[in-house]
Design a protein around this ligand. Structure first.
Ligand code: PLP
Length: 423
């Protein structure tokens, strides 16, 4: 494991601007509390270097498109022909333009009237929130919603009202207490793969006159007959005002999207700070995303494979005793708990060539760190068996039986369901 050498403030060959005390204390805190005390001088994010036979479960390229020949060709040809195009904010684009054309195609794909491309999913969420909420708006946000949604609330100066994860009754109590506002949920939660009870949340939001925002980053491309996402698949487009998505997941690119009404797409383009004050996508990125959209619509077998692979691995891991915290999707988390335990888990998996993503605070609650395994459509049965085999073999080494998450699972299993005795 790499040791993190605390950079000296005095021996650099370059001359740094002196840090005032308030900044120095803050940075020292990171090196002392996190690097030295919690990670023993190592780094929770830096384990082994993957070998040739490594299985990468850290990428969100769910449909295995990052090396798709047609997509690569479209990008390469456009780059050679157009270079990097005109480098400027998207607000200057109009008329017959490939980016505007792609916005129309993406909106159509998601069964929306309009939409805008953003530089990232993070920019989509912060820009949207900043354009629809203000200091008097209560914003109801699932406790496990993505950080970019929380950041959006902050940049809007709005009031965040959190509700327990996927707890619609708690959400309703909060709405009754604070009044109509904006409801923020992820369709699929990025840390543990749990799914939002969308029908219930949408019914509640509609009943109470709220604006509904669903982040579809982990369901766009993967859910729905053609990958149109969960909201469209459930027939809820007429009640959900905004859908946002990172296109750095199933779309395997670097962009974000907001699906909305035509009226709103015009407004947000000239109202949201990331849209006005940050440069838009490059021509070859637009070409890549356009071809990716064609592939996602037409190659349904990738979605089917992804779904089957994820289900197979979830079933195997569940049978081995891991608590998957309600994952119903391609995101599967092994919740080891403390950061120290998570380093042990990371090392045990990586020693067997299995590379997932470490999640710890601030991406999770303090003692609920985990390793996330993102399943993809290209994994073979033998590879899935290898992952499950590694997870079986490491259970003692990582002390899986004593994780808090495992104990929660055992406690749940010990409580008889209502009517179970009669059945
Ligand atoms: C649910 C969710 N929303 C938004 C984002 C931000 O997306 P991007 O990486 O494109 O900025 C992510 C990515 O981590 C995500 O998981």
């Amino acid at each position: 494991m790499d040791q993190i050498i605390t950079p000296s403030r005095h021996n650099s060959i370059f001359i740094n601007a002196p840090e005032p005390d308030f900044l120095s204390r803050r940075v020292d805190g990171y090196y002392r509390e996190r690097v030295q005390n919690t990670w023993d001088g190592g780094h929770i994010m830096r384990g082994r270097t993957p070998g040739k036979d490594a299985l990468h479960l850290s990428s969100n390229d769910y449909l295995s498109l990052s090396r798709h020949p047609e997509i690569l060709r479209a990008g390469a040809e456009c780059l050679l022909e157009e270079g990097n195009g005109l480098l400027m904010s998207g607000i200057f684009l109009h008329g017959d333009n490939p980016l505007l054309d792609l916005e129309r195609r993406m909106a159509h794909f998601m069964e929306a009237e309009g939409g805008i491309l953003c530089q990232s999913g993070f920019a989509a969420n912060t820009g949207l929130l900043q354009s629809i909420a203000s200091e008097n708006t209560p914003v109801y946000v699932d406790m496990m919603a993505h950080m970019s949604l929380w950041e959006g609330i902050r940049s809007a100066g709005a009031r965040a009202v959190a509700f327990h994860h996927n707890d619609v009754e708690h959400l309703e109590r909060q709405v009754l207490k604070h009044g109509p506002g904006v409801i923020l949920v992820d369709s699929v939660y990025s840390t543990n793969g749990s799914v939002c009870p969308l029908r219930d949340v949408v019914a509640l939001g509609t009943r109470h006159g709220c604006v509904l925002v669903v982040d579809e980053s982990h369901s766009l491309g993967t859910h729905g007959l053609h990958g149109e996402g969960m909201v469209a698949h459930l027939g809820l487009t007429g009640q959900v005002h905004f859908r946002t998505a990172s296109l750095a997941k199933a779309f395997a690119g670097r962009a974000g999207f907001i699906a909305c009404s035509a009226r709103f797409s015009e407004y947000i383009k000239y109202e949201s700070n990331p849209s006005i004050f940050s440069s838009t996508l490059l021509p070859h990125e637009v070409a890549v995303l356009g071809t990716t959209l064609d592939v996602i619509r037409s190659e349904s077998w990738r979605r089917r494979r992804l779904c089957a692979n994820a289900e197979y691995l979830r079933r195997r891991l569940d049978a081995l005793g891991y608590n998957l915290n309600g994952s119903q999707t391609q995101i599967i988390a092994l919740e080891s708990g403390s950061e120290r335990q998570t380093i042990v888990l990371r090392d045990a998996l990586e020693a067997r060539g299995i590379f997932g993503s470490v999640f710890c605070a601030p991406a999770t609650a303090k003692n609920r760190a985990l390793i996330r395994l993102s399943v993809n459509s290209a994994l073979t049965e033998a590879e899935l068996d290898r992952i499950a085999g590694a997870c079986r073999d490491i259970r003692e080494e990582v002390d899986m039986a004593n994780w808090a998450s495992t104990r929660r699972k055992s406690a749940r299993a010990a409580v008889p369901l209502h009517g179970a005795a009669a059945a």
